[in-house]
Design a protein around this ligand. Structure first.
Ligand code: FAD
Length: 405
């Protein structure tokens, strides 16, 4: 028995191994990961870790002993470079080849590079790995002014950290609002207002033409001729799925590694899960989605492990996500984008608000800002396929919890 080999020892790769053992898989399980160390969680990198509230040890998904007890072999600092599908062997950069009965691709995503002059100057950072977080945190301690390129989740979380540590921070975004692809315009407005209150400056509709400096970054140049002074720049303009290994093995790529509703690729011996994979989702009316979240990695891995241990089922878990930005806890249940109608429940001035997003009559998703109870109810409603009418959702007297039970 060659066992199961997983490429990527991140959130999905770790969960796959753990769930295989819970599903009483007895064969060898090997996680091949190019990063050093044991699997860790990324979410705190832009939050608690950056604020010094947790250290690298606190990020570990499990202590070292867990891997030995569960016979999960982690091959850290090993890069997989090719898949021989006919021979069912995974080739590593070291020259070694690992035979497999089943291969799971959990390769995640990498930072999208900023294609302008000066992007490689000292003082310019990106944030995906612990190594990058360590470098950014050290730079933060020395910085006097910060620019963040991209008003996505990572950029805004980092901007909140800067504001909390009293550093002047400017967020530069090409579109006209933050989180333009991720949340409703109403929610984006509330989030922007909160960041502004904390002192963050925003420049929307602004294209970066260069990062300027001699031996280190001094400013961000915009295409309209303006310059934003900063001795620390975080580029957070999204990620690209790591699908090269799959593509060179002839697997289909469609916004990531194309998997089916059970997260299997067209090769019956290969599955794909997490940030690197796209799949048809019932929460998008069957459209193919690629989701970058801990929930998607964890529940997707559980789905693959269940199939590999004799309990095949489609991946139907409700997508959910969170982002902590200073005083804001944003939680999203379901897939809100695109939606054709949105109604508010709650009052931001009174502490929290949720935006219920509809596609037609169907509740597609709910964005909750500092309203965790709404988020939990929304997950149950969506899982059960129950949609309150927009009027009911907006009516504070309507008992959503009863509908969800
Ligand atoms: P990853 O965790 O990225 O793991 C993939 C691993 O595969 C990586 O270690 C990579 O190096 C390795 N790899 C790739 N190719 C190879 C190869 N050829 N050979 C060997 N190894 C390889 N999500 C939330 O839901 N909420 C949050 O608040 C949140 N905050 C985040 C904050 C930050 C700073 C970041 C970066 C992400 C955050 N996320 C958050 C997203 C979440 O962490 C990811 O969606 C999740 O890690 C995806 O898991 P994954 O296993 O698919 O990929």
């Amino acid at each position: 028995m060659n066992g199961i080999v997983v490429v990527g020892a991140g959130q999905a790769g770790f969960q796959l191994g753990a769930s295989l053992r819970e599903g009483v898989y007895g064969g060898p399980v090997t996680l091949v990961g190019e990063e050093p160390g044991l699997p860790y969680g990324r979410p705190p990198l832009s939050k608690a870790y950056m604020l010094g509230k947790t250290d690298a040890a606190g990020l570990a998904l499990r202590p070292e002993a867990y891997f030995a007890e569960h016979r999960l072999t982690v091959r850290a600092t090993e890069r997989a470079v090719a898949i021989d599908r006919a021979a069912r062997r995974l080739h590593l950069a070291s020259g070694e080849a690992l035979p497999y009965d089943h291969l799971v691709l959990a390769t995640g995503a990498r930072n999208r590079p900023l294609p302008v002059p000066g992007a490689d100057l000292p003082g310019v950072h990106q944030l995906r790995t612990l190594a990058e977080a360590e470098a950014l945190k050290a730079a933060l301690a020395e910085a006097r002014s910060v620019a963040v390129v991209g008003a996505g989740f990572i950029g805004l979380e980092f901007a909140a950290v800067c504001a909390q540590t009293g550093l002047p921070v400017t967020v530069i975004e090409g579109l006209e609002r933050p989180l333009a692809r991720s949340v409703s315009p109403g929610m984006a407005g509330l989030i922007e207002a909160s960041h502004r209150r904390a002192g963050t400056r925003f420049l929307f509709g602004s294209a970066v033409s260069a990062l300027v400096g001699d031996d280190r970054v001094r400013a961000v140049a915009l295409s309209d001729g303006r310059e934003v002074e900063a001795d620390l720049v975080l580029v957070g303009i999204g990620v690209l799925p790591n699908h090269d290994l799959a593509a060179s093995a002839g697997l289909r790529i469609e916004n990531g590694i194309a998997a089916d509703a059970m997260l299997a690729t067209e090769d019956p011996a290969i599955s794909a899960v997490g940030d690197c994979a796209s799949f048809p989702s019932p929460h998008a009316e069957g459209a193919r989605v690629r989701i970058e979240s801990v929930q998607n990695a964890v529940d997707g891995a559980r789905c693959v492990a269940a199939r590999l241990t004799g309990r095949p089922a489609a991946f139907t878990a409700v997508p959910w996500f969170w982002s902590d930005q200073g005083p804001l806890k944003l939680q999203i249940a379901g897939l809100c984008q695109p939606h054709d109608r949105a109604v508010r429940r709650g009052d931001p001035a009174a502490g929290g608000v949720s935006v219920f997003c509809y596609r037609g009559e169907r509740l597609a998703g709910v964005e909750s800002l500092n309203r965790p109870a709404d988020h939990m109810i929304a997950r149950r409603l969506i899982q059960a396929g129950r949609s309150p009418t927009p009027d009911e959702a907006a009516d504070p007297g309507f008992d959503l919890k009863a509908l969800a039970l």
